[in-house]
Design a protein around this ligand. Structure first.
Ligand code: TEU
Length: 553
C-alpha cells in the first residue's frame, strides 16, 4: 500500500446501514461495502469513513455504542471488517473509523453498572448530579429536544445526556475514563485502521453545573479542558503516526478550531464545523422552513477559509453528511433533471476547489435528492420524531410539521444508496429499512457511470484535479465579489499561478462583473462563458498565469 498524503486526500463517507445489503435483511452491511470497493476506487477517493458499526441498540443508528470492541451483528463480524480493511488496502483505499467517546449507550456495561448503584466504581464514569429544587440539576437542553438530565428510577440523582436519553455523557474529568477511551483508540489502531473521525469531540469537557437557568451550550462547547484532553489523546494514541484524524465540532469557533488543528499543538489534523449549514435556519432555529441566505453562506465559508488558512490550521470541507439534507435539494435545484444535474455539478465544483479536505457523502456524487416523505411513519430518526412531536405540541398542523421535516430531517440523507434501476435500486433483495427514493430509475450509480456528462464524472474529475495540482491543496484563498447576490467567486493562488472559480447559484443567466478578468484556460466547467455571461447554476474554474489586479469588489 502506498503512502497517502492526507492533505491531498478526498474522503468518502459511508453510512453502512444504507449502503449495500448482502444478506437480504434490508439493512446494509460491511460485506456490502467490500463488494463496492471497485466502484469507490473508480470514483478515485482516498479514505472511506464508516459511521459507527460497533455493537449498539441503534437508538441513534450506532452513535449509541454498547461495546466499542465488537461489531454489531447487523453489520457483520470483526472478520468481515478485517476483510474490508485488507481489500480496501489492496486498492489503495484507507479506512477511517467513527469514534463516539463523548457518550456511550445506556446499554454499555459501564453505565448498567453505574445506574442504580451509587457505590459502583463506574458511577464516576458518567455525570450524575443531585436534583435541584425537586427538578433537574440544571436547565441544559438535549440536542434532540427536552431537558438533558434524566432521573434515575431508584435514587434522586439525574444523569446527563446531551443527545438521546439512551446516550449518557462520559465524565472526561475522571482519568480512568480517559485511560479506557485511549485503550479503545489503540485497539482500533492495532486492528489496522488508517484514521479516525471523532464524534462531537469538542463537547467532552463540561464546565460549571451551577447556573440552572441557561440552556447550557456555553458551559460544555469547547469546554475548559478540551484542548488538554485532546492533546493527551493524541500523545497517548495516534500522535506521531500517519493516521488521519478529523474532529466533529459542534457550535465551535474559529479560534478554537485553529487550536484543534495547528500541527504544533498536537491535537487533530482537521475539523468539521457546521456554521455554513445553518444559513437556512430561520432565526437560528433548525425546525423552520426557510430558503438559504446566500450572502451569509459566502461570508461564513470565506471567513473560515481565510481564517483557517492564515492561522495555519486545517478545514474539513463538506456539503453533506448523514445528519444533513441532500445538497442538491437544499442549495441547488432538483425541480427538473437538467437543473438537478447542472446545480449538482456547480455545488461540487465550488466545494472541491476550496482549501481543506473534501468529504463526499454516499449518493452525493450521483446527485441524490431529498425523498419528500408523505407520512411521519416513513421517518426513522429519533431527532426527527422528537421534533415532529414538539412542532405538533406547539400547535402546528401535521402537514406543516411534515413540510419542515421534509426540508430539515436527517433522514433525508439516510435513504438507501441508489445503485441501479432494478428492484429496490439494487440496495437489497429484501425489504429496505428506509424507503427507496422514488426517482431511482433515473438517478443511480449504473446510469451515472455510463453517462459521460453525469454529476459523477464531475466528482471524478475534481478528485483527479486535487491529486494532480498542488494549487488545490496548498493555494491561498482570495474571496471576490462578496456582495454579489448570485455569484460565488474566489481565487486560489500558488507559486505564481492562480485559479479563478466562478459559480452561479441562481437559476438565471448572470452577466459577469466587468472588472473580472476571465482570460485563461478552463480546468473544469459545466458551462461556457458566452459574451461574459454565466448560465443558471453554471460553474467554471479558469487557470491563469498570474493573479490579475483588476479584480475588485
Ligand atoms: O452529531 C452531532 C451534532 O450535534 C449534529 O450534527 C446533530 O445531529 C444535529 O445537531 C442535530 O440537529 C453527531 C453525529 O454525527 C450524529 O449522527 C449523532 O446523532 C450525534 O453526534 C450524537 O452522537
Amino acid at each position: 500500500m502506498s503512502q497517502t498524503n492526507w492533505r491531498k486526500s478526498v474522503v468518502y463517507q459511508i453510512y453502512p446501514k444504507s449502503f449495500n445489503d448482502t444478506t437480504g435483511n434490508g439493512q446494509g452491511d460491511i460485506n456490502g461495502i467490500t463488494e463496492k470497493l471497485d466502484y469507490l476506487a473508480y470514483l478515485g477517493v482516498d479514505y472511506l469513513w464508516l459511521t459507527p458499526v460497533y455493537q449498539s441498540p441503534m437508538n441513534d443508528n450506532g452513535y449509541d455504542i454498547s461495546d466499542y470492541y465488537q461489531v454489531n451483528e447487523i453489520f457483520g463480524s470483526l472478520d468481515d471488517l478485517r476483510t474490508l480493511i485488507s481489500e480496501a488496502h489492496r486498492r489503495d483505499l484507507k479506512i477511517m473509523m467513527d469514534i463516539v467517546i463523548n457518550h456511550t449507550s445506556t446499554e454499555h456495561q459501564w453505565f448498567k453498572d453505574a445506574y442504580n448503584h451509587p457505590e459502583s466504581p463506574y458511577r464516576d464514569f458518567y455525570i450524575f448530579k443531585k436534583s435541584k429544587d425537586e427538578g433537574p440539576p440544571t436547565n441544559w437542553q438535549s440536542k434532540f429536544g427536552g431537558n438533558a438530565w434524566q432521573q434515575e428510577t431508584e435514587t434522586d440523582d439525574y444523569y446527563l445526556h446531551l443527545f438521546d436519553v439512551s446516550q449518557a455523557d462520559l465524565n472526561w474529568d475522571n482519568p480512568q475514563v480517559r485511560a479506557e477511551l485511549h485503550r479503545i483508540v489503540k485497539y482500533w489502531m492495532d486492528f489496522g485502521v488508517d484514521g479516525f473521525r471523532f464524534d462531537v469531540i469538542n463537547l467532552i469537557s463540561k464546565g460549571e453545573f451551577e447556573d440552572s437557568k441557561r440552556i447550557g451550550k456555553e458551559f460544555y462547547t469547547d469546554g475548559p479542558h478540551v484542548h488538554e484532553y485532546i492533546h493527551e489523546l493524541n500523545k497517548t494514541t495516534f500522535g506521531g503516526t500517519d493516521l488521519m484524524t478529523v474532529g466533529e465540532m459542534s457550535s465551535t469557533t474559529l479560534d478554537h478550531c485553529l487550536k484543534y488543528t495547528r500541527p504544533e499543538r498536537q491535537e487533530l489534523h482537521s475539523v468539521f464545523n457546521f456554521h455554513h449549514l445553518k444559513v437556512d435556519y430561520a432565526g437560528g432555529d433548525k425546525w423552520t422552513n426557510a430558503s438559504m441566505d446566500f450572502l451569509k453562506l459566502k461570508e461564513i465559508l470565506m471567513d473560515w477559509q481565510v481564517g483557517i488558512y492564515e492561522g495555519g490550521g486545517w478545514n474539513a470541507i463538506f456539503w453533506c453528511n448523514h445528519d444533513q439534507p441532500r445538497i442538491v435539494s437544499r442549495f441547488g435545484n432538483d425541480a427538473t433533471e437538467t437543473l438537478r444535474v447542472q446545480s449538482g455539478k456547480m455545488l461540487a465544483i465550488v466545494l472541491h476547489m476550496l482549501q481543506g479536505t473534501p468529504y463526499i457523502y454516499q449518493g452525493e456524487e450521483i446527485g441524490m435528492t431529498n425523498p419528500n416523505f408523505t407520512s411521519i411513519d416513513q421517518y426513522q430518526d429519533v431527532e426527527a420524531i422528537n421534533a415532529y412531536k414538539s412542532l405538533i405540541e406547539q400547535g402546528m398542523s401535521e402537514r406543516e410539521a411534515l413540510t419542515i421535516l421534509n426540508q430539515k430531517s436527517r433522514d433525508n440523507s439516510r435513504t438507501p444508496m441508489l445503485w441501479n434501476d432494478e428492484r429496490h435500486a439494487g440496495f437489497t433483495e429484501g425489504e429496505p429499512w428506509m424507503p427507496i427514493n422514488a426517482n431511482y430509475r433515473s438517478i443511480n450509480v449504473a446510469r451515472a457511470m455510463e453517462d459521460s456528462e453525469s454529476i459523477l464524472q464531475t466528482y471524478r474529475k475534481l478528485i483527479t484535479l486535487r491529486h494532480q495540482h498542488d494549487i488545490v491543496t496548498y493555494g491561498d484563498i482570495e474571496p471576490l465579489y462578496m456582495t454579489h447576490p448570485d455569484l460565488f467567486v474566489y481565487r486560489r493562488n500558488y507559486q505564481g499561478k492562480s485559479w479563478l472559480v466562478i459559480a452561479n447559484f441562481s437559476e438565471c443567466s448572470v452577466a459577469l462583473p466587468e472588472s473580472l478578468n476571465i482570460e485563461g484556460e478552463a480546468v473544469i466547467a459545466n458551462c461556457e462563458l458566452n459574451q461574459r455571461t454565466i448560465e443558471g447554476y453554471g460553474a467554471i474554474v479558469i487557470a491563469q498565469e498570474e493573479k490579475c489586479d483588476k479584480d475588485s469588489e
